[in-house]
Design a binder for this molecule. Structure first.
Ligand code: BTN
Length: 243
């Protein structure tokens, strides 16, 4: 099982930046950077990630000797770990949206960003615990909103959720390394939008509409479109409503 070396910070620009800096300075496999707040938290596609005190922000540095195409597997492993942690508070309600979002009742509660620093991979996870970010382009929620927590004991709540999440991450990484991606893929599919769900996928080439028909062996999204089944490696998915 992976051993974490956790570095705590009060405020950083982004835990990803700090993890990257530590990776370049030789930090070891299992180094975790976590901060009470991020002043320039970032999300996928260069988006801003609101990161006030009261939410979990962490980056995990891994030295895995993984060929670059397999890096995407880490996002699915991490999403399952977040869903496990969310289960501890609202059992069975976390759902997964390709590639790495965790939603509860259709609202995003966590985002995952996979980056690399040389040969090291960095998994960044943001999980809304006590604060629901405002003005996001999609619905959002937090654990506190789901369990009607009053916002007191801020640090204690965040510490408990972060510990739960790190435990789940260690177990999911262990399972992935011993059983491979096929098992992760099967677990992910069980918690994802069902086959046949109508999806919109924004890509650099424009919006593609189709029905979800599964996940390829490498984590690519399989979308049944009027021009046949497309295999997408990058994109932003939203569920089509009312069709
Ligand atoms: C997304 O767009 O859904 C991914 C969001 C990832 C946010 C986390 S918070 C910890 C780490 N540090 C960052 O700056 N981003 C990631």
């Amino acid at each position: 099982m992976i051993a974490f070396d956790i570095r705590f910070y009060d405020s950083v620009s982004s835990t990803q930046d700090e993890a990257c800096r530590l990776a370049q300075a030789g930090a070891s496999h299992g180094t975790v950077v976590t901060a009470r707040e991020q002043t320039a938290g970032r999300g996928r596609h260069g988006r801003y990630w609101a990161s006030p005190p009261g939410n979990v922000h962490l980056s995990l540095l891994l030295r895995l000797d993984l060929p670059p195409p397999r890096l995407a597997e880490l996002g699915f492993v991490a999403a399952l770990a977040v869903a496990d942690a969310v289960d501890a508070y609202v059992p069975g309600r976390a759902a997964l949206k390709w590639p790495n979002d965790v939603l509860v009742d259709g609202a995003k509660i966590s985002g995952i960003l996979i980056e690399h620093a040389g040969a090291a991979a960095i998994i960044g996870i943001g999980l809304n615990v006590l604060h629901v970010p405002q003005q996001t382009p999609y619905p959002v929620t937090s654990l506190g909103a789901l369990i009607q927590h009053d916002g007191a004991e801020e640090d204690g709540e965040v510490v408990a959720v972060r510990e739960m999440l790190l435990g789940a991450l260690a177990r999911r990484l262990d399972g992935w390394q011993s059983d491979g991606f096929a098992r992760v893929r099967a677990d992910w599919l069980r918690r994802a939008h069902p086959s046949g769900t109508a999806l919109h996928v924004s890509t650099q080439a424009g919006v593609i509409e189709g029905c979800f028909v599964g996940l390829a062996d490498d984590g690519a999204l399989l979308l049944d479109t009027p021009s046949g089944v497309r295999r997408l490696l990058v994109g932003e998915v939203s569920l089509r409503v009312g069709r």
